[in-house]
Design a protein around this ligand. Structure first.
Ligand code: SF4
Length: 272
């Protein structure tokens, strides 16, 4: 089956159905923590009403690194320099003890993927499988995410970078506490600068609300394209949530089509 981005709606729903029926339903408990993030949104539209069709995130929401020395502007770095700094950042994450989450981890999970990806996927935090393997989205939800990406001609090994808001597993898969997110998001902010994605796909309420510094639920955030520091951001549901809730498959497919459409539009621009 050709899972191009022009895949018919019924086909992709069937694909999602296959995965649910194939035993990939996740037993992870529903998460209920409040939105995190400490900065303020600055809508990019002419008026400043919230929510806006396009909104930006203040620098305070994902502020510069809290522990590392001031970093050179990523725009001034070569690809080789960015790759080297990314590897160094990943090493710092693996030995990080900036918040209490390091106490319960087996492995920190910095991220995986390519430099200059079409899409950076940002979730909320590692689960049990990710903690065990040190890689993001490797459990049932990860396999489901891979199918989503495949459906719009993306692949974590070719044109995607995947990471989370917090790099160490919260106990019992609870939401990250605000202090934990605040300690960890400087890593994410620098990853985004170094990786330079064409677009961001945030999955789940925690990632969407923190990146957009919004108190809207994911049901209200999704369905629109936002902007994170000039990078288009498409929020959608978390794969683990969709595995538990069939009604979210259709909106996820709409979000994936939106993402593919904006990528195609960007890639059609001269010089991109
Ligand atoms: S969650 Fe982030 S800030 Fe906390 S210990 Fe892990 S890497 Fe460090």
């Amino acid at each position: 089956m050709n899972h191009s981005h022009s895949t018919e709606f019924g086909e992709i729903l069937a694909l999602f159905e296959d995965y649910i029926d194939g035993g990939y339903r996740r037993t992870r408990p529903e998460r209920t923590a409040p939105a995190a993030g400490s900065g303020s949104s600055q809508p990019a539209t002419a008026d400043s009403r919230r929510p806006s069709a396009v909104s930006t995130v203040s620098t305070a929401a994902v502020s510069p690194a809290v522990s590392a020395p001031p970093a050179a502007p990523a725009a001034e770095l070569s690809s080789e320099q960015r790759a080297a700094e990314l590897r160094a950042l990943e090493e710092r994450v693996r030995s990080c003890a900036l918040c209490a989450l390091h106490q319960g981890r087996t492995n920190a999970v910095p991220g995986v993927g390519v430099l200059d990806p079409l899409v950076m996927v940002i979730g909320e935090g590692p689960g049990a499988d990710e903690d065990a393997q040190g890689e993001p989205f490797v459990g049932a939800a990860g396999r489901y995410l891979d199918k989503w990406l495949e459906a719009i001609n993306l692949s974590r090994t070719e044109n995607v970078y995947i990471t989370n808001i917090v790099k160490c597993r919260p106990p019992n898969n609870r939401d990250p506490l605000p202090a934990e997110s605040a300690a960890c998001t400087p890593y994410l902010a620098r990853q985004i600068e170094l990786v330079r994605p064409q677009a961001i796909l945030s999955v789940g309420r925690v990632a969407g609300t923190l990146l957009l510094d919004s108190d809207l639920g994911i049901g209200k955030l999704r369905g629109r394209t936002w902007s994170y520091r000039g990078i288009p951001l498409v929020p959608t549901y978390h794969p683990s949530g969709v595995l538990r809730n069939d009604a979210w498959r259709r909106p996820v497919w709409e979000d994936l089509k939106r993402l593919r459409g904006l990528l195609d539009e960007r890639l059609s621009r001269p010089g991109v």
